[in-house]
Each structure stands twice: as C-alpha cells, then as structure tokens.
Write a protein that binds this ligand. Structure first.
Ligand SMILES: [Zn+2]
Ligand SMILES: [Zn+2]
Length: 215
C-alpha cells in the first residue's frame, strides 16, 4: 500500500473510532513504529488529526465549533500556569493543569488531574472550586462537569493516569482507544483512594504512599 493510501485509510479509521494508539496503527498496517510516527506527523501538519502521547485522536468537526464560540465566556486559569505541583512538585504547564481555589481564596496548582484529585483528597472541604484542562483542547472547565478517564494507557504525567475531558463523547472515544474507565470527579476520588490503599505497603508512587499514611 502506498503511503498516501495508508494515510487516507488511517484518517478513515480515526473518524470511525475517535482515537488510535500507535500500536494499533503499527499492527493494522504492518508498518514500523517509525513509519507510523511519520504518518501521524504528516497528518497533523495537515490538521487532519491531533497527536497525543502514544497515538492520535480525531479532530472535532468544525461544524460543532460555532456552538462553543457563542457559549458563555469560558472560565480561565487565573494567574500563571507556571509553578510547581503542590502534590509532587513537578513543574506545572498549561496543558494538563488542574487548579484548586481554596475557601480562603488561595490557589493551588497541580501538574495534572492525577495530582488534582490527590489534592482534593488532601484538602477536602477546604476546596471551594477547581478547574481542569481538557486533555484534547487544553481548555479549562469546572471539574464538577468534567469527564474523567481513569487508568488509561496514556500516561502523559503521573501514574495511574487520570485525564479530564470537557466533552463526554470525546472522553468515550478516548477511552475506546486507550482503555481505562470513565467517571466523574467522585469516581476519580474513589479510584485514587483505592489505588492509594493498594500502595499502602511497599512500592508505589511516593506521594501516594505519603497520602496513604495520613489517614
Ligand atoms: Zn503532580
Ligand atoms: Zn502529574
């Protein structure tokens, strides 16, 4: 199969399935990882898809864009996204940012929704509100309305992976490709609590172990 045909077929699959992992692409076409990478790069350059860690997702159709454009002003991360995660001290960036505003008005930033959910566990009732970035668009939105994909194969930051999506359909499409379970904030909190109790003894991530000792 010629490269151009393969890329056309790849886009077709992506449109049907919403997301493809690099391994899917390698297996289905019987090509090398390198070639799969190059295809995704070329297609992203043409704005035919969005590359994500370990694969690619379909872009939303422009037809759905006007609705978002006329919607109420979007919440935004106040202040700067630069800082370090209050849970694991990794530097924070805009893309996976999760920000918590406390009852006293102070803001706490975390590197990704994994640490954001850890922060809910740690801070409890002190949290007045929280915003999280959509994993695909980077757009901040209130965590209460967010869809959480828990424990998928895509781990852009902390493990176990917790990623947030503003749009339920996109979260489901992502989950189809990358696994994990879909839930809301309460589910994410429960999920991490369970993970922490599993890590209570022995190895596991250092901050989770630290959290587990607190209760
Ligand atoms: Zn962190
Ligand atoms: Zn993180």
């Amino acid at each position: 199969m010629k490269g151009s045909e393969r890329r056309k077929e790849l886009i077709g699959w992506l449109e049907t399935e919403g997301s493809l992992s690099l391994l899917d692409i390698v297996e289905r076409f019987g090509i090398s990882k390198m070639t799969a990478h190059r295809d995704l790069e070329a297609l992203e350059a043409r704005h035919a898809l969005k590359r994500i860690h370990g694969g690619a997702v379909a872009l939303e159709k422009p037809a759905t864009a006007p609705a978002a454009a006329t919607a109420a002003p979007l919440p935004s991360f106040t202040g700067t996204a630069q800082g370090s995660c209050v849970i694991c001290f990794r530097p924070t960036g805009q893309h996976l940012l999760y920000s918590l505003t406390l009852n006293n008005g102070e803001q706490r930033l975390t590197c990704c929704p994994h640490c954001g959910v850890s922060a809910h566990l740690m801070l409890g009732d002190q949290v007045a509100m929280a915003l999280t970035a959509d994993y695909l668009t980077g757009r901040p939105h209130p965590v209460q309305g967010s869809f959480f994909v828990l424990g998928s194969a895509a781990v852009p930051c902390c493990r176990p992976s917790i990623l947030t999506f503003e749009d339920q359909a996109m979260a489901q499409r992502f989950q189809t490709g990358f696994g994990g379970t879909l839930g809301r904030l309460e589910d994410a909190i429960g999920y991490l609590q369970e993970e922490m109790s599993l890590h209570r003894e022995g190895e596991g991530c250092p901050h989770c172990a630290g959290q587990a000792r607190r209760d």
